[in-house]
Design a protein around this ligand. Structure first.
Ligand code: 5GP
Length: 227
C-alpha cells in the first residue's frame, strides 16, 4: 500500500550559532552520535589548531594566504573574520548532502549566519545561549587555550552576539548538556514534520476503503457468532 505522505526528501540546512563557550560544539557532537541523518560541515580557518584538534575533523586548518586564495576562487559559501582569524564554510558537498535527505549543520558565528539567511531560503537558525554570563566567562577561562586578551575579546563579542538572538528561529539555553541536546534534537525532528515539506498526500479511494472496512466488520461478526 502506498504511504500517505510524500514529503520533501531534501534535508534542512541548519545554522547553529552562539557565543564562544556556550557549548555549541559539545551539543553538535552528541547529536552526531545519534544517527539522526545529520551531517556537519567542516569549516576552513586560518586560526592555529588547538591541542587535540585534528585537521579535517574540527576544521581545515590553512594559512591566511591559502584562505584568501579560497575566497578568490569562490570556494566559500560565506566567510568572516573573527578574533583576528578567517573562518569560512566550504561550498564543497553541502548540496549533495541536502539532496540525499540529510540535515546539514553549519556551526558558524552571527555574521556568517546572516549571510546564509540571505542566500538560502528555508534555512533554519538555532541560537545556543549560556545559562548566564558569569558561567560563560568561567568556561572561556577554563579552556586555557587562549591568551587573557583573546578571552576578553571573545567575552565582549558574546554580549554583541546575544543581542542578535531575535534573528534566529529557536533559542536553546545550555544549562545542562543533556537537556540542550534533547531540545536541539526535538527541533530537528519537528522541522522534518512541517506541513510545508509535504509534496503530496495520498488518501486512496474512499469507496474501496469503505468496502474493505465493511468486509472486516463482517468477519468480526462471523467470528463473534462462532464463539
Ligand atoms: P573557534 O575559534 O572558537 O573554533 O570559533 C570561533 C567562532 O567562529 C565560533 O563562533 C564559530 O561558530 C565561528 N565559525 C566557525 N566556523 C565558521 C565558518 O565557517 N563561518 C563563520 N562565519 N563562522 C565560523
Amino acid at each position: 500500500m502506498e504511504n500517505m505522505l510524500k514529503s520533501q526528501v531534501r534535508g534542512n540546512l541548519v545554522v547553529i550559532s552562539g557565543p564562544s563557550g556556550a557549548g555549541k560544539g559539545s551539543i553538535i557532537q552528541e547529536i552526531l552520535k545519534d544517527n539522526l541523518n545529520v551531517w556537519l560541515s567542516i569549516s576552513m580557518t586560518s586560526r592555529k589548531s588547538r591541542d587535540g584538534e585534528v585537521n579535517g575533523r574540527e576544521y581545515y586548518f590553512v594559512t591566511r594566504e591559502e584562505f584568501e586564495e579560497g575566497i578568490k576562487n569562490q570556494e566559500l559559501l560565506e566567510y568572516t573574520e573573527y578574533s583576528g582569524n578567517y573562518y569560512g564554510t566550504p561550498r564543497g558537498k553541502i548540496n549533495e548532502h541536502l539532496q540525499s535527505g540529510q540535515d546539514v549543520i553549519l556551526e558558524i558565528e552571527i555574521e556568517g549566519a546572516l549571510k546564509i539567511k540571505e542566500l538560502v531560503k528555508g534555512a533554519l537558525f538555532i541560537f545556543i545561549m549560556p545559562p548566564n554570563m558569569k558561567e560563560l566567562k568561567r568556561r572561556l577561562e577554563n579552556r586555557k587555550t587562549e591568551t587573557q586578551d583573546k578571552v576578553m575579546m571573545r567575552f565582549k563579542r558574546a554580549y554583541q552576539e546575544i543581542n542578535e538572538v531575535t534573528k534566529y528561529n529557536y533559542v536553546v539555553v545550555n544549562d545542562e548538556l543533556k537537556n540542550a541536546v534533547n531540545k536541539v534534537k526535538s527541533i530537528l525532528l519537528a522541522e522534518r514534520c512541517r506541513v510545508d515539506r509535504i509534496e503530496e498526500i495520498y488518501i486512496g479511494n474512499q469507496e474501496e476503503l469503505l468496502h474493505e472496512s465493511l468486509v472486516d466488520n463482517k468477519n468480526i461478526v462471523n467470528l463473534e457468532n462462532k464463539i
